[in-house]
Design a protein. Sequence first.
Length: 131
Amino acid sequence: MYNEVLGRQMTDVSYGRARLLSVNAYAVQHPGHRGRRTAQSVAVHLAGLCLALERDADDATITRRMSGLADARSEHPWLEPPTSLGELTILDVARARGADEHAEVVRRWARGSWGAWGEHHDIVRAWLDAG
């Protein structure tokens, strides 16, 4: 389902504006198991959500900042995933009709995914403030 949604976002410019939020929301809803790479992935994608939703950064800025956090030398602690990873999922996005509804559902999905990780927000903000 994720590949189908991402494919639509990559081939139809009217859906593409939601791509980065989708990538980040999906990643934090699928954090994987404790490990260096998965800890880094969660950190980077939470930072992307924070930048988009709290700091109103544009996609170019978000991508640049995420790349900096993903540097191979960077170490990020494992953030214990929340019990609930958010109410909406990729399935809700796939059901959206038309580009405008799609963008709105992705935004709600991203807000819910970011909100689910609330106990770690201060850590993510500190990473962004430091870099």
